[in-house]
Design a binder for this molecule. Sequence first.
Ligand code: TYM
Length: 335
Amino acid sequence: MTATKRIFSGVQPTGNLHLGNYLGAIRNWAHLQDDYECIYCVVDLHAITQPQDPATLRASTREVTASLIASGIDPQGSIIFNQSQVTAHAELAWIFNCVAKIGWLNRMTQFKDKAGKNRENASAGLYIYPVLMAADILAYKATHVPVGEDQKQHLELTRDIAGSFNDAYGVEFFPLTEPLIFGEATRVMNLRDGTKKMSKSDESDYTRINLTDDADLIAQKIRKARTDPLPLPGSARELVERPEANNLVGIYAALADISRDAVCAEYDGAQFSGFKNALADLAIAKLSPITGEMRRLLDDPAHIDGILRDGAGRARAMAAPILREVQDIVGFLNP
Ligand code: TYM
């Protein structure tokens, strides 16, 4: 069992990153670099579980990489790479496919959401998506995985797979990984419907704030966000039945690095129209530097490619001996 505290997490290159990705995950990734050895992966193998245009996938891989760096991830201290370039992920995923039970996968709510009504037509890759996640994490024996709340069930499956592998082969090889889900915005909701999460795949762009949006667009989207007619309450407890209001207060709290209660105390009795202006100013102040830095990085794609190449080399070197041991445990002859 590894004694190091090692972080692994991933993000799909399937379009622009949005405020949910940033507040729920990526901002935390940047903070964790001080205390952990961190590996951050742009998961292109996961992306193709749903149809992707090759040129767009390549561009998104660079864009997402740029946004990770612009959000404060240090490509030298941490590792940033794209998943397809380290074959250990796919190899370990195969072994885990033979450990995971169909019953476990049938319970995955994200598969049901993504496959929708036409489940027969979903790719087999989409079905075993969480098994590949387990391989991503365990190829490095990562001990902690920072994610938004929507990934919780997948991380429980990762623990089941690790435990089941250890039991099946009578070893204590894989750690039981801990999820790290923290902050005031572990589940950022859709700006037009507070019961749905903010998502890259929603048809309307007004449901989310993208890290590529300029100041005017951010302000417009926040102004148009749905709310209810009541003013802000004095405490976060009173937001429970008010999903849209709760979401905006949560976003403000996360961006300002304070609690929801502190936001409510400050804006107790204020109308949402005024609060939205304050939120727009805050969001622009926090996001504009990231957007600017992303644009600067994207002007030099060769530099981004160099970072990914270097990261993949370092990731390969870490995963190779672990995969070799797994093959040994499983009984693959290495003549
Ligand atoms: P992805 O690309 O959907 O999302 C990346 C991260 O953003 C978080 N997130 C959110 N957090 C708060 N509110 C939201 N509305 C919101 N939407 C997304 C996600 O929880 C995630 O942390 N399956 C993963 C990628 C992955 C991975 C892994 C993660 C592949 N292998 C191994 C951890 C470990 C995903 O789809 O992320």
